[in-house]
Design a protein around this ligand. Sequence first.
Ligand SMILES: [Zn+2]
Length: 337
Amino acid sequence: MLINRNIMESKYGFKKFTIAEFEAWIAQLKVARTIRTVQQHHTYLPNYSHFDGENHFKVQRGMKNHHVNSNGWQDIGQHFTSFPDGTIVTGRSLEKTPACIYGFNSNSICIEHLGDFDTGNDQMSDAHQDTAIRMTAAICRKFSIDVNTDKIVYHHWFNLATGKRNDGTGKNKSCPGTNFFGGNKVADAQANFIPKVQAVLAGTVPNKPKTELIKYVAVTASRLNIRKGPGTNFSKVSDRQPAVLGSNLRVYKIKDGWYKISSSTEHWVYGHYTQDVYRTTVTASKLNARSGPGTNFSRVGSFPKNRELWIEEIDGGWAKVIFENCWVSKQYLLFES
Ligand SMILES: [Zn+2]
């Protein structure tokens, strides 16, 4: 079985996912920290007016800079930020405790939904609502978290000074907003948000059939357009940037030399500008890289253990690393199969 780990768009150390990609990614992720709860927040600032449809990474970096430089934290506070277009950008490592609800951060995952969802301000888009529900469900499924208001919590339910839970009766923030899924009270969550998360986990929301991964390819053109179907007569997609040289894509369907590169959406690229690759991981503590397929070729560098290497060619016991112009001994590679 293929591991569905995503080679997603990433920038400034953040990864960006569609909700379907996020569900696949988190399902196979290894997390050592014990996770027992999920927090719901809104960012308040920045809000919908700061999002232009393309600046996810810039917005996320802005929050990180604020948290690090102004708040003096070691990293961005939250683990994930969800965006108005339904995409998700990663933040702090899941192995690290978040900085989101004083008194409640241990064993928790912090989600910040970009926007100001106090009544009269941002109206959460349909795609954003769908993502908020499904990402919470995916986290609950992954970490076996019960879907109730003890485990899925709003910032509003905690006293800011003491960290004690008071269900929003004291000195509290309105976060995730007085109009977040119909209100920020415990009763609102029980009436609206919680049942929607339960519905996803109960399978009452139809899940698209899982599509089998056929192979990986690497992009060999400087810029490869992504189209809505298998042919140049199909228009370019608007929800994804062209793939760039060296990026790796997953192929789910092949038609007339075109590759479908998303399991959930009609995203197609022309296969001519790609090269089939194997996905491998280095198992040796230090793997020598050589200028050719053999120990008689000169050593040109090395790769550390657990480094992911994309292989374009196998020659006997040797594997050629794409774009690196070097060869490594195949026996120290773990091939994804
Ligand atoms: Zn908050």
